[in-house]
Design a protein around this ligand. Structure first.
Ligand SMILES: *[C@@H]1O[C@H](CO)[C@@H](O)[C@H](O)[C@H]1NC(C)=O
Ligand SMILES: *[C@@H]1O[C@H](CO)[C@@H](O)[C@H](O)[C@H]1NC(C)=O
Ligand SMILES: *[C@@H]1O[C@H](CO)[C@@H](O)[C@H](O)[C@H]1NC(C)=O
Ligand SMILES: *[C@@H]1O[C@H](CO)[C@@H](O)[C@H](O)[C@H]1NC(C)=O
Ligand SMILES: *[C@@H]1O[C@H](CO)[C@@H](O)[C@H](O)[C@H]1NC(C)=O
Length: 201
């Protein structure tokens, strides 16, 4: 009897340990926090010792405690995006507009295939737009305007416009080459594309 209870106890303990160590989404967000300067203390509630990040401010989860929204627009944050963000597989809204985000857009953002809205406008992002963003089949809103992005617009974006759900795409006020033709209507609404006027014919 006692040994059965002990076995049960060991099983429960092992399970609890596994659960705690499976907080990969909290770990990913905490890795990002550690790379950011946060002069306004916006991320103060981001406590990595909690079982998941669902009670953190500016984070929303679904009923399976998986992150669906990150709302950090106009938060005064400075620093890069980190590749770890690619583990937030249920993320639908990544709202990080109007901060001082620097560095390039990690290719891993292209792993967020449930993303509906990617709002990174009004920052200081540089480098190319990764072609992996063409994998974002759920994307409806893509706003990368007012950054320092260079290179060309990934060809995959035209697939998202023609066959996907992309409705609003604003890449203006960067230093991107090439043009996008704002002519295609998707199933339900006309896609709005705003391109850097300097690159337009
Ligand atoms: C960016 O940083 C500068 C200098 O710290 C600051 O004055 C400015 O308000 C910041 N911009 C945003 C959008 O947070
Ligand atoms: C984030 O910070 C870690 C530790 O300081 C560093 O190794 C890593 O390169 C940083 N990531 C980015 C994207 O700057
Ligand atoms: C995430 O994206 C990167 C770069 O696009 C890729 O190398 C990696 O295999 C992806 N990871 C997963 C888990 O899909
Ligand atoms: C971004 O571009 C603007 C204008 O081209 C320039 O003044 C600024 O220094 C650039 N910022 C970064 C972080 O490269
Ligand atoms: C581009 O920048 C200019 C000047 O800052 C601004 O007036 C304009 O609204 C911006 N365009 C878009 C599409 O964001």
């Amino acid at each position: 009897m006692a040994s059965r209870a002990l076995v049960y106890f060991l099983f429960v303990s092992a399970f609890a340990v596994v659960t705690v160590h499976c907080n990969s989404e909290g770990d990913a967000l905490n890795a990002w926090k550690n790379n950011l300067s946060d002069p306004n203390g916006i991320l103060q509630s981001w406590d990595p010792t909690l079982v998941n990040p669902c009670t953190w401010k500016h984070i929303t989860c679904n009923n399976e405690n998986s992150v669906t929204r990150v709302d950090l627009g106009s938060a005064g944050l400075q620093g890069p995006l980190v590749p770890e963000l690619g583990v937030l597989r249920n993320l639908q809204y990544l709202q990080v507009y109007n901060n001082n985000i620097t560095g390039s857009i990690p290719a891993e953002i292209g792993n967020l295939t449930n993303l509906i809205s990617l709002d990174l406008y009004l920052n200081q992002l540089s480098g190319n737009i990764p072609s992996s963003l063409g994998n974002l089949k759920s994307l409806m809103f893509l706003r990368l305007n007012n950054n320092n992005l260079t290179g060309s617009i990934p060809t995959g974006f035209s697939q998202l416009i023609l066959y996907g759900n992309l409705r609003i795409m604003n890449v203006a006020n960067n230093s991107l080459a090439g043009t996008v033709h704002p002519t295609k209507s998707t199933g339900f609404v006309v896609t709005t594309i705003t391109q850097d006027p300097r690159a337009q014919k």
